[in-house]
Design a protein around this ligand. Structure first.
Ligand code: BGC
Length: 416
């Protein structure tokens, strides 16, 4: 494997010199919904205030699949952006290809090793060196609900998937869509992952981290597929292809009762002026209250030419870890800061619950990387799982037994 190149002149620059030098950074990301745009604008503003030029390279599409395709073609053309929103094992893939740049100096000056939890800092390193800066920690296993709809339907918030089915029937009978969902592979994966998580952290680890053939073919996995398919009854006829933020707006405007989605959904409630605990409520996805599937967004830095461009890039990394940025960005994004020991007072009850669950789950073995959001497996395996999951959700004929067989085989082929 090719090793990453670290011969950058910026590494030798002092921070003072780096901040004094203005340059352009092109940043590829997929933050285009209301909440997401409000969040990324915070960074744009801070870079502009520091005298740099922000070149926005937004590629719409939740989950980032389109953004990753565009990033690959830019890299193949020999012209990657200075920075791109990539995360988890994908950072390692880009590192292996030798595209990323070293951020160790900035990290040392900002003491990243001590201000970041190890689960975050280790994901930002390639071959022991910092190559990416974390903006947040998202919790994926959330359920967002409209309390008014529940009230009108005489339904209660479900805490197990069996109960979800019972309550969803009541909601449907009352004329509302029980589950706001968008039929896109990554959203199907988000729902499927939440259902699998409820089978326990050991099961989740074995299936999505160890990729155990036995677990992938187990009765528990058959049950997961069966429950997942049961959700088809609770989505509206227009679900296919819908964007996740449009699904969130169905919960916001009282058309739908619930959405199973990571806490970027909270960014949409916030952007719509809605208050947690009043206009909407957040609960862990059924059966997953002590668990935390994490999804850490980060901006990885690509090698760029020119002292100014390199200085701007190092400055971007520095700003990302500043407490002020971590606070403002995450208030808009719905996530929690990646930095430890941040003041909590400006954050709402959902964020507090997430902060508490993050810390508690890290001591119990229930802090787990989200496979659906590229934190657990490489992009090949993730794609293989997603294909099986989505095809199953949209098929009238594939049985849950057949689905687990397809899953085990697809994973084996992709993991070779
Ligand atoms: C990203 C989030 C983003 C969401 C929807 C996730 O994979 O981590 O930052 O808001 O996709 O686009």
């Amino acid at each position: 494997m090719k090793k990453i190149a670290f011969g950058l002149s910026t590494v030798a620059l002092s921070l003072a010199a780096a901040t004094a030098q203005a340059g352009e950074v092109e940043v590829l990301h997929w933050w285009t919904s209301g909440g997401e745009a409000a969040a990324i604008n915070v960074l744009k503003q801070e870079m502009t205030d520091a005298g740099h030029t922000w070149k926005d390279f937004a590629v719409a599409g939740g989950g980032g699949e389109s953004a990753m395709t565009v990033l690959k073609s830019r890299a193949i053309a020999g012209n990657p952006p200075a920075s791109a929103q990539i995360k988890g094992p994908t950072i390692q893939e880009w590192g292996d290809l030798g595209f990323l740049t070293n951020l160790d100096d900035v990290a040392k000056q900002g003491d990243w090793d001590s201000v970041l939890p190890s689960v975050v800092s280790s994901a930002m390193k390639y071959d022991g060196h910092y190559v990416a800066a974390p903006v947040n920690v998202h919790r994926v296993n959330w359920m967002w609900a409209n309390p008014e709809v529940f009230k009108k339907a005489g339904a209660s918030i479900p805490t197990t998937w069996d109960q979800f089915i019972t309550e969803a029937k009541k909601i449907k009978a009352a004329g509302y869509t029980p589950l706001a969902h968008g039929g896109q592979a990554w959203q199907d994966a988000t729902l499927f992952e939440a259902i699998a998580l409820a089978k326990g952290s050991k099961f989740y680890n074995s299936a999505f981290l160890s990729l155990s053939d036995d677990t992938l073919r187990s009765q528990d996995m058959i049950d997961v597929f069966t429950t997942f398919k049961a959700m088809r009854e609770f989505v509206d006829p227009g679900f296919s292809g819908r964007d996740w933020n449009i699904a969130t707006s169905m919960v916001i405007n009282g058309e739908a009762a619930m959405q199973i989605m990571g806490d970027w959904a909270k960014g949409e409630f916030t952007a719509a002026g809605k208050k947690a605990g009043i206009d909407y409520v957040c609960y862990p996805a059924p059966g997953t209250s002590g668990q935390f599937t994490f999804n850490i967004d980060s901006l990885a830095m690509f090698q760029v030419d020119g002292d100014d461009a390199q200085a701007a890039q190092q400055d971007l990394a520095r700003l990302i870890l500043e407490p002020k940025f971590q606070e403002t960005f995450n208030l808009n994004k719905g996530s929690i800061p990646a930095r430890l020991n941040m003041p909590r007072d400006k954050f709402d009850t959902c964020a507090h619950a997430s902060m508490d669950a993050f810390l508690a789950s890290s001591t119990t073995g229930d802090l787990l990387p989200s496979y659906a959001h590229g934190m657990a497996v490489n992009s090949m395996v993730q794609g293989a799982i997603n294909d099986v999951v989505t095809n199953f959700f949209n098929s009238e004929s594939i049985t849950a037994e057949e689905a687990v067989d397809k899953l085990a085989r697809a994973v084996k082929a992709a993991d070779m």
